[in-house]
Design a protein around this ligand. Sequence first.
Ligand code: AN7
Length: 380
Amino acid sequence: MTFRPRYTGLIDRYRDRLPVHDDTRIISLGEGNTPLIRLHNIPSLLGKEVDIYVKYEGLNPTGSFKDRGMTMAVTKAVEAGSRAIICASTGNTSAAAAAYAARAGITAFVLIPDGKIAQGKLAQAMMHGSTVLQIQGNFDAGMKLVKEVADHAPVTIVNSINPFRLQGQKTAAFEIIEELGRAPDYHCLPVGNAGNITAHWIGYCEYSSASGDHVTKACAFCEGHCRFAGGAIVGNRPKMVGYQAAGSAPFITGGMVDNPETVATAIRIGHPQSWDYAWQVQKESGGWFDACTDEEILAAQKLLAEKEGVFCEPASATSLAGAMRDVKNGKIPEGSSIVCTLTGHGLKDPDTAIKQSSGPVLKIAAELDEVKRAILDNLA
Ligand code: AN7
């Protein structure tokens, strides 16, 4: 029997490409190393010859991709001597901030929109002992306050405007390339602040010889934090495709949205913080932005759960909803390999899931006959 070395998180795994020192105290919960699942049933339902993979980021320690960025942001905050972190959040950033602060033994303050975050995320922020500030305003209002207060109080901002966040998040692209042996042709993501789509592009560029300038000169996105340790690993980069919820789609309307609305509360964001970066990613990669309606998002979430056994939260399903539409209409051609990032776990938002479930819960007497009849009535 051979033993594999214990996986100890993405900073350890990619330390030669991340801004850490040998003696940096790493704050980790074993994040990263998430499954890349090849879809079996949905491509045939679409009737198209495409390879669709989902990168199941819901399997990170706090149930979303935010852990990748948060391990870096909190590690660097602690290294700099910070005793407290703060973020505005639609829920997942606050869950991750709360957990990593707990791990580090520092204080977390999280600003969340009143009544508009999924129950699981609220439970996490409370359970990990962060100070929850529920504001009468949306994410964008919270973000504005966080930026202002950081000048007046000794707290480190851990929203994705903190450049270490994107450094951690770029490792998802590394993992995908290492598994596929190349970059996919298309990488589809849900877009809110657009930090994650930017981070993935940093990662793809860093591993690719197609980005010669990027790996030899200063990276346009990383504010000097990339450490281009290795050479190129693959020759290609994907087209980056960002999908937004129709009611909060500044990248599609072309300007900021003041009252964003969507069932996908995680991406209920009208003033994206990585606006300029994301446009640059779109142009450099040759990808595009598009919007999905709430109906399309929920249908994709359900289809994925019912046909593939993968449960993601509504916002995450936006990547698949958009990809399915663009495969059907031929914008993504047959023969393509496609990765859709599933940014968060379905259990984050049980209320929305239960509300839209079609399968009725059958109430029966605790008797053999009734169970038998239920089985015979419901066999596929
Ligand atoms: C599940 O938690 O902004 O485009 O405050 O939770 O990088 O913002 C969440 C964002 C997609 C969008 N999917 O990513 C927050 C927050 C899920 C998310 C996004 C978020 P970005």
